[in-house]
Design a protein around this ligand. Structure first.
Ligand code: XMP
Ligand code: MG
Length: 180
């Protein structure tokens, strides 16, 4: 285990098994869409690793597209005011869209994003989040696919970073508080 990690929450194997299950669930849920398939939208950069693994567990045509957003304000807290830094490359009107997120904390980022995507009139719009923090105040968001519930601590690994580090850890863990 990396020296800066206080505790491993989910091992590489546990993540792989859960991603496998979500992929199978999506494959079943969109069985009617075997022709057109779905568009997986990942929110850069944290969700890129989750989406790459999830895409390979879905047995349907899958397009992959990316958005980058930044919330105003800095660091660990999200303000809910979101700026789009990079928009989707493709139109999603009439398409089945699944947004892959790394972690749902306050939910404010995702709430903004879903409103924005819904205004483009996709055929359907769902969310697959790898992690959902158990927080007291969380925006009410319909999240159809949830990987794991996690404690309200600072989480890194498998895409999640602190100051751009630790994204490449194959497991998900809690960062030692003295690191930030
Ligand atoms: P909100 O509060 O809008 O925040 O749901 C979502 C985004 O905030 C980042 N975030 C984290 N990143 N470890 C991280 O590496 C965490 O524990 C954490 N909590 C929130 C993340 O980018 C997420 O998409
Ligand atoms: Mg993120």
């Amino acid at each position: 285990m990396h020296n800066d990690i206080a505790e491993v929450l989910f091992t590489e194997d546990e993540i792989a098994r859960r991603v496998d299950e979500i992929g199978a669930q999506i494959t079943r849920d969109y069985a009617e869409a075997t022709d057109e398939g779905i568009v997986l939208v990942s929110v850069l950069r944290g969700a890129a690793i989750f989406m790459a693994d999830l895409a390979r567990r879905i047995e349907l045509p899958v397009e992959m597209d990316y958005m980058a957003v930044s919330s105003y304000g800095d660091g660990a807290k999200s303000s809910g005011v979101v700026r789009i830094l990079k928009d989707l490359a493709s139109e999603i009107e009439g398409r089945h869209v699944v947004v892959a997120e790394d972690i749902l904390d306050s939910g404010l980022t995702l709430k903004y994003l879903l409103k924005n995507l819904a205004s483009r009139h996709p055929a359907s719009l769902e969310v697959a989040t790898l992690l959902r923090k158990k927080t007291l105040a969380q925006a009410k968001i319909e999240c159809k696919y949830i990987g794991f519930e996690c404690p309200d601590r600072f989480i890194v690994g498998y895409g999640l970073d602190y100051a751009e580090r630790y994204r490449n850890l194959p497991y998900i863990g809690v960062l030692k508080p003295e690191m930030y």
